[in-house]
Write a protein that binds this ligand. Structure first.
Ligand code: RP5
Length: 165
């Protein structure tokens, strides 16, 4: 397989400005791991043409897509449906006041068989970034090394016994 370096990049998309606090976590971890990324607002409902254009061209720029949306969260699923080349799509359901994010969770993960969206927990921006980074790491040794370090630091940070209050 030919590796096209310019597409070793992650698209972090979200349905609204109000999704940014969660998708910022995705951005932060990608930055920390030195993974190239772009952060964009693309709403499935309010800017469907923008979504269409994005999905049709995504393979020219990206290897993975992290898509966060809340409520009737169609962004990740519609993006997965519209992609010209079948890049992996990681959906992040985002919490809302009405349903606590359950509506977004089911809108994102209950995809019909054949059009998958890998879905994180509600508000799982960080894990979306980590999954995206691990996909990039398959082709980028430096990212793979940083991911290893990140995990080993995490492991070391866990105490064997709880602190006494
Ligand atoms: C969804 O509707 C967005 O992803 C967002 O989570 C939610 C509400 O959007 P705003 O009204 O806050 O812009 O499409």
């Amino acid at each position: 397989m030919t590796i096209i370096k310019k597409t070793l990049k992650v698209a972090v998309i979200m349905g609204s400005q109000s999704d940014y606090p969660v998708m910022k976590d995705c951005e932060i971890i990608l930055k920390q791991l030195g993974v190239k990324h772009d952060v964009l607002i693309v709403s499935a409902h309010r800017t469907p043409h923008r979504l269409y254009q994005f999905a049709k061209n995504a393979h020219n720029h990206y290897s993975v897509i992290c898509a966060g949306a809340g409520r009737a969260a169609h962004l990740a699923g519609m993006c997965a449906s519209l992609l010209k080349k079948k890049l992996p799509v990681i959906g992040v359901p985002i919490k809302d006041k009405k349903s606590d994010g359950i509506a977004a969770l089911f809108s994102t993960n209950e995809m019909p068989s054949g059009v998958p969206v890998a879905t994180t927990a509600i508000d799982g921006g960080t894990n979306a970034g980590l999954i995206a980074a691990s996909i990039i790491a398959l082709q980028d040794k430096k990212v793979a090394m940083r991911l290893e370090k990140f995990r080993s630091k995490l492991t070391k940070s866990v105490r064997k016994k709880p602190k006494k209050r």
